[in-house]
Design a protein around this ligand. Structure first.
Ligand SMILES: C[S@@+](CC[C@H](N)C(=O)[O-])C[C@H]1O[C@@H](n2cnc3c(N)ncnc32)[C@H](O)[C@@H]1O
Length: 246
């Protein structure tokens, strides 16, 4: 096992053991969160469209490894899984078989030399870090070029579910605003930073009557949803997908 561990992090490490249910880890992303997970994943993968298939990708905070598996299935040959908890490795082995490339380690104190990876990919994990700035600095250091990141909304840490999880399992649950995320990336050294909402289109019905108005047979909200105002409000309130380059 690599990395330096603080006592508080033992809860992150033990979390898969405490949860004890391997079955979801093995089938993730299939389940109730499917559309949100795959929507975000698909947007993230769009930034890898022109990325060389031989390029080195570090999937950090990769947990059960569904993203590692899916990136590999998209044809990328050098995808490395990394997570602080060794208790995910058994599941990862089942997923990846001979293609498994795994490193157990802390994203804040990674064991890799500078510039080891062409791309750092981080799905839904940075907000579990005790010191996210340190983690982003590490992403910058170990990455040669790009960072692709998915994070829940700034409201995540005050969500009753997150509070309950933190209390029950001791895991860190943070939430970042667009400004906080942007500041961290700038401070780490990234020059190009693209941030967009990680949010599914709205459900069909809304209580806001105005948005249900029909415009020549088309519900207004379907048309208005992608206007700059709607886009900005989603950016401020929803999860975020980030593409950053050195
Ligand atoms: C919400 S899970 C997301 C897992 C995976 N990316 C997915 O989408 O299924 C967050 C993951 O971050 C990992 N993690 C938490 N703190 C970490 C750290 N300091 N370094 C590396 N991984 C960490 C946890 O062990 C967990 O697997």
């Amino acid at each position: 096992m690599s990395g330096v561990f603080f006592v508080g992090k033992k809860d992150e490490i033990l979390y898969p053991l405490r949860l004890g249910d391997k079955s979801y880890d093995l089938v993730k992303p299939f389940g109730s969160e499917f559309s949100q997970l795959v929507f975000s994943f698909s947007i993230m993968m769009s930034y890898l469209r022109d990325f060389p298939k031989e390029g080195l990708i570090l999937d950090v905070g990769a947990g059960s490894g569904w993203t590692t598996e899916w990136i590999t299935r998209c044809g990328f040959k050098n995808v490395f899984w990394m997570d602080i908890s060794k208790f995910h490795v058994e599941v990862l082995k089942e997923r990846m078989k001979d293609e498994m490339r795994a490193v157990v380690g802390d994203m804040e104190y990674s064991c890799f030399e500078g510039g080891s990876f062409d791309c750092v990919f981080c799905f839904d994990a940075l907000h579990h870090s005790e010191n996210p700035q340190k983690a982003v600095n590490e992403f910058f250091r170990v990455g040669r070029k790009s960072l692709i990141l998915n994070e829940p909304s700034r409201h995540h840490e005050s969500d009753p579910k997150s509070i309950e999880f933190s209390k029950e399992y001791g895991v860190v649950e943070k939430g970042f605003s667009i400004q906080q995320l942007h500041k961290m990336l700038k401070k780490a050294g990234y020059s190009t930073i693209i941030i967009r909402p990680a949010d599914l289109p709205p459900p069909l019905f809304s209580r806001k009557k105005l948005l249900n108005l029909n415009l020549f047979g088309v519900p207004a909200r379907d048309v208005l949803y992608n206007t700059p105002v709607m886009y900005a409000s989603r950016l401020l309130n929803k999860g975020l997908i980030v593409y950053a380059e050195k």
